[in-house]
Design a protein around this ligand. Structure first.
Ligand SMILES: [Zn+2]
Ligand SMILES: [Zn+2]
Length: 151
């Protein structure tokens, strides 16, 4: 088999996605053996995932933050820190999607075998945990997403 880009060079590896041959030069072009077509396809997929995450953050995270702000400020109205707590809770809500995604990556798959009630419980616990994980994960994921989107 010869290289997909250089028909006169012998292939030393194969694209991890489609199995096309790659020569020495093409194998070391990216961090893993991948042909240019599959590379740009996976880049496109990554970018789409980032855009979806940003949309979810704005459509779910932001409203959750605003609702949290309204709920908390209604029950503990203290004019001194009204804006501070509003701002913090909105930030917390914005981090919901980032926290959720981080938890999905680290949670073991055993949860998949839960009964329906377990699922509802799991969903609630995960949503609450996401709010806290998101406090840290949101800025980290936002930077990572921006890098992915613009590189
Ligand atoms: Zn390929
Ligand atoms: Zn080549």
């Amino acid at each position: 088999m010869n290289c997909i880009n250089h028909p006169f060079e012998a292939a030393v590896s194969q694209c991890q996605h489609c199995g096309k041959g790659l020569c020495i030069e093409c194998t070391s072009r990216f961090s893993k053996p991948i042909c240019p077509e599959c590379f740009s396809a996976s880049r496109k997929k990554q970018k789409r995932a980032v855009v979806i995450e940003i949309l979810l953050t704005l459509l779910i995270g932001l409203p959750v933050g605003i609702i949290l702000g309204l709920l908390v400020n209604d029950s503990f109205k203290t004019p001194d820190n009204l804006w501070e707590s509003h701002f913090f809770l909105m930030y917390m809500g914005l981090g919901l999607v980032a926290g959720w995604k981080t938890l999905t990556r680290i949670t073991p798959q055993v949860f998949l075998f839960l009964p329906i009630l377990g699922w509802v419980f799991y969903f609630l616990i995960k949503a609450i945990m996401s709010l806290f994980v998101g406090l840290v994960a949101f800025p980290i994921r936002t930077i990572r997403n921006m890098v992915l989107l613009f590189k």
